[in-house]
Design a protein around this ligand. Structure first.
Ligand code: GLA
Length: 568
């Protein structure tokens, strides 16, 4: 089959083709639910699915390519194909996506290179990643009998840089690696962005949430040969901690979509189903202050975070029927959710007892330089009585002197600390998620500035790190230590395995695990209240809940309910 385009649209073997596509990030939905979410996409009248690929999920450790137990790109594409859906794949290397470091692996931050430029070292890592990834994607290209119609070069590069040599290098890797597929770029509908983000030989598309007519006109001014395509139709939006929860009405979403179809455009809904930033993988924005993205990536999309249909789903389906004609729909019943109720946490472990071995250094290292990429970093050093100054806290630091909490420091707002005596100082640094957009993109974690005592630089440190391995490290004892940082554990019984939602009414800030699976971060300030617990991680009989809390709690219990709450 041939897939081509001209200024009025796309063609499959010469026949007009229009994308009615929806985004589902395969790495934000456990693979057990791929069929459920993709079937719902198909049943809504869509003909394609779009996914990013997050490099940092595939090459989490440098040089080790892991296609994952929980997420499976090949399986995702194959189920889509089986359901009769085409695919659009956007493998970055940078993807933005409100994902840690925009999908770039954190280990790049310990190297002497500049990401998103034609830096030779950076490009060599990109090439190694593509070489591995493309072995999964190549057989699934349309040209090889698969369902992938097109792939994206970089992501919204025009809002970041203007290094065409870089874009050309990424583009050329497709050819060098024998990827016979239509290539495209996507950018904001702005003249400068389109000028900087587009590259010869790649179709240009635009991203926006409203104003399609003006957006397509701008696209047409810069690239008159490209058909109108909205690669990211923002049908909702994401949330930051401590800010408001975003919603967009079904009517407004449907009306703008209706307008796009009337204009003859192709559309990809960003997102059809957002899923979850499980683990430590949420990203952050940085406009003067750090704004970390919440754990849920619900996005007020057509399916909610847990894959259930929303009013928007039906409103959009009506628009599709209006333009393409009626079609039969046999809606799958929704998967049940259950309220398992209140669970007491009865065991605990002091966080200082789960540190493991340290990197001992004679200079200050960032978390990445110490080899700790996701989760918490602890710096231990000795300090004389006097003024302790810690600069470049990324992102929150709990400072203990001789095991007593003496200060909590926040990024960009660090203040000096007075030590009353010679102290062993422990600084526990919480990484709240790496910036995924804009000039602060290379966002290193841990302490990235300096540590001084009475103006003199401290150079000897023992640096510890822990993240997804926390559950394995904790050595619990019966009873609750009423102090933080602490790891707590409880057990609950499951009769029927269903999705559920975790509430932590008395907790302040930390991360929650069920049966060792990292559900993500929680924060008392919200807006997100509940954490999604997908049924695939539960088992019939006894299940384990573990909480790592850094600030404190009132009563040691949690609640599993059957409804989610993402805030007001
Ligand atoms: C841009 C990016 C996406 C995402 C959206 C906002 O368009 O390309 O990855 O970050 O913004 O959700």
């Amino acid at each position: 089959m041939q897939f081509t385009y001209d200024k009025s649209g796309f063609y499959l073997d010469g026949k007009p083709f229009r994308f009615i596509s929806g985004t589902i990030h395969y790495f934000r939905v456990p693979k057990e639910f791929y069929r459920d979410r993709l079937t719902k996409l198909k049943e809504c009248g869509f003909n394609a699915v779009e996914t990013y690929v997050a490099w940092n999920m595939i090459e989490r450790e440098e040089g080790v390519f892991d296609y994952g137990e929980s997420y499976d790109l090949g399986m995702f594409l194959d189920i889509a194909k089986e359901l009769g859906l085409y695919a659009i794949v956007r493998p970055g290397p940078y993807i933005c996506a409100e994902w840690d470091f925009g999908g770039l692996p954190a280990w790049l931050l310990a190297k002497d290179l500049t990401v998103r430029t034609h830096d030779t070292l950076y490009l060599s890592y990109v090439k190694r990643y593509f070489t591995s990834l493309f072995d999964i994607l190549r057989p699934r290209l349309l040209s090889n009998g698969g369902n992938i119609l097109m792939m994206q070069v970089e992501n919204e590069y025009g809002s970041y840089g203007s290094d065409k040599e870089y874009l050309m290098a990424v583009r050329d890797m497709y050819k060098e690696l024998d990827m016979d597929v239509l290539l495209f770029t996507s950018d904001g509908p702005n003249l400068d962005m389109l000028k900087n983000g587009t590259v010869d030989g790649c179709l240009a598309t635009v991203n926006f949430g409203s104003g399609p007519k003006a957006a397509f006109e701008t696209l047409n001014t810069v690239l008159p040969d490209c058909p109108p395509m909205c690669m990211e139709y923002w049908c909702g939006w994401f949330d930051h901690w401590t800010e408001q929860h975003h919603v967009r009405s079904a009517e407004d979403t449907a009306a703008c979509f209706d307008e796009m179809l009337s204009l003859g455009a192709s559309v990809n809904f960003y997102v059809f189903c957002g899923g979850t930033n499980f683990g430590f993988m949420n990203g952050a924005n940085h406009f003067e202050v750090l704004q970390p993205t919440v754990t849920s990536y619900d996005y007020d999309a057509l399916l909610d975070e847990s894959g259930r249909r929303t009013a928007k789903y039906y409103a959009v389906r009506d628009v599709i029927k209006k333009h393409l004609g009626d079609f039969e729909t046999k809606d799958l019943p929704e998967l049940p959710a259950k309220a398992y109720g209140r669970v007491e946490l009865t065991e605990s472990c002091d966080a200082f007892d789960m540190l493991g071995s340290a990197v001992v250094t004679d200079k200050l290292l960032t978390a990445e330089e110490a080899g700790y990429y996701y989760g918490y970093t602890l710096y231990s050093f000795e300090a004389d009585k006097g003024t302790l100054e810690i600069k470049g806290v990324h992102d929150v630091a709990y400072v203990y002197a001789n095991e007593n909490l003496v200060a909590t420091l926040y990024r960009d707002q660090e203040t000096p600390i007075q030590l009353k005596e010679f102290s062993v100082v422990d600084v526990l640094v919480d990484n709240l998620g790496r910036v995924n957009y804009g000039p602060e993109l290379p966002d290193r974690k841990g302490i990235v500035g300096s540590v001084t005592v009475n103006g003199k630089e401290v150079t000897s440190f023992s640096i510890f790190g822990f993240g997804d391995d926390m559950c394995r490290r904790a050595d619990y004892e019966d009873g609750i230590i009423d102090a933080a940082p602490v790891m707590l554990r409880g057990r609950f019984n499951v009769d029927k395995v269903c999705d559920t939602f975790l509430y932590l009414p008395t907790f302040t800030r930390g991360v929650a695990f069920v049966n060792g699976f990292n559900l993500g971060r929680y924060r008392k300030e919200g807006p997100q209240v509940s954490l999604y617990v997908p049924s695939n991680i539960l088992q019939k009989g006894e299940n384990i809940i573990e909480i790592f809390e850094t600030e404190g709690f009132d009563e040691p219990y949690v609640v599993f309910d059957n409804k989610m709450n993402l805030g007001e």
